[in-house]
Design a protein around this ligand. Structure first.
Ligand SMILES: Nc1ncnc2c1ncn2[C@@H]1O[C@H](COP(=O)(O)OP(=O)(O)OP(=O)(O)O)[C@@H](O)[C@H]1O
Ligand SMILES: [Mg+2]
Length: 334
């Protein structure tokens, strides 16, 4: 059978977590001291939060880590029952409650076990309040690690009991390190260019990178083109073309048509267009003043789209702004 790479190549220890150096060295220090505070891992998807929690457990408990590590997903059951466990559990709880697990005495020399709660920011405030009491009652035998996208969604009394570690988007070089490692293990020869494309398309999400990589491998051909097809994204080339039409050639109507075509035929959203143009613009070597003005325009468009404005109107406005930027620099040259 073909196991999925995100599981097959999950880091087996803290040294295999890439690009989160500060967090890794602090976690290693905890492991060395055989102690662990409650932790909040905060950061975007696919950056190593779950992997780091597992790696800590592996390093602390060795072979028996699975008996001393409970993984719960808060978003499956956001209410209080996941914390307390209740009469109607058969109906509502598909998983062990935190309290049930916390009550069992740890079976290891360290005297505590770990409860890892994924997507803890999805818990209702009531559930978090119950959790806080559970943390207090079982503090000598249980350590909590909460994984969240935004730590601000965690109630202050829990936050203040935890050490917060922020996980950053995984940098392209760190992604490529892992992709190369997998290529070697799977005995694949892959061009560096392909790895660049995967790293670019996955935008700091290493899970996404591994999934794209494995899908391309299944598809039988690992080329930049297949990567773009699989990731369902418009290639960087197409955005580069749009940018040069808008900013360097000042072709307003043509650019509008081109972008509309991308949005309709490839189903990309206004936000995809803004992100794609942003990533292409950052790499573009063009007049710095044009670049600055265009980046400001992109930032404004992104803000409006996040606020829920119409894709079509905002993208047209953005392209109009770019035409204006082009026109203003033409004036200066004459
Ligand atoms: N920093 C990293 N170093 C090495 N591998 C990583 C890293 N981040 C992610 N991975 C790889 O990507 C997969 C997914 O990572 P993980 O589950 O740890 O992400 P996560 O931060 O918990 O994401 P989510 O917020 O979606 O739960 C892992 O199996 C691992 O192979
Ligand atoms: Mg996770």
């Amino acid at each position: 059978m073909n196991p999925i790479w995100i599981e097959k190549y999950r880091p087996a220890n803290l040294s295999e977590i890439f690009g989160q150096d500060d967090n890794v060295s602090r976690l290693k220090a905890f492991v060395k001291s055989r102690e662990l505070p409650h932790l909040i891992f905060s950061g975007p998807a696919g950056t190593g939060k779950t992997s780091a929690a597992m790696a800590v457990a592996i390093e602390l408990f060795g072979e028996s880590w699975k008996e001393n590590f409970l993984e719960l997903n808060a978003s499956n059951n956001r209410g209080i029952n996941v914390i307390r466990g209740h009469e109607d559990r058969e109906k509502s709880d598909r998983q062990v409650s935190v309290k049930d697990y916390a009550r069992i005495m740890p079976n290891n020399p360290l005297g505590f076990k770990i409860i890892f709660m994924d997507e803890a920011d999805q818990l209702t405030p009531d559930a978090q309040a119950a959790l806080r009491r559970t943390m207090e009652i079982y503090s000598s035998t249980t350590r909590f690690i909460f994984s969240v996208n935004y730590s601000s969604q965690i109630i202050p009394p829990i936050q203040s009991r935890c050490v917060v570690m922020r996980f950053r988007l995984v940098a392209p070089d760190d992604m490529k390190k892992k992709l190369r490692y997998i290529a070697e293990k799977e005995k694949l020869t892959v061009d560096d260019e392909v790895l660049d494309v995967i790293a670019e398309e996955s935008e700091g999400d290493l899970r996404k990178a591994l999934n794209i990589f494995q899908s391309a491998h299944f598809a039988g051909k690992i080329t930049p083109k297949t990567i773009y097809e699989i990731s369902g994204m418009v290639s960087g080339n197409e955005f580069r073309k749009v940018l040069s039409m808008a900013l360097q050639n000042g072709l307003f109507n043509e650019t509008v048509d081109e972008v509309e075509n991308l949005m309709v035929s490839k189903g990309v959203s206004g936000m995809d267009v803004v992100r794609g143009m942003h990533s292409a613009l950052r790499r573009a070597s063009i007049d710095p003043l044009v670049k600055i003005k265009a980046l400001i325009a992109l930032g404004e468009a992104e803000f409006r789209l996040v606020e829920g404005s119409s894709d079509k109107i905002q993208i047209d406005a953005l392209l109009a702004r770019m035409a204006e930027i082009h026109a203003s620099t033409q004036g200066q040259k004459e």
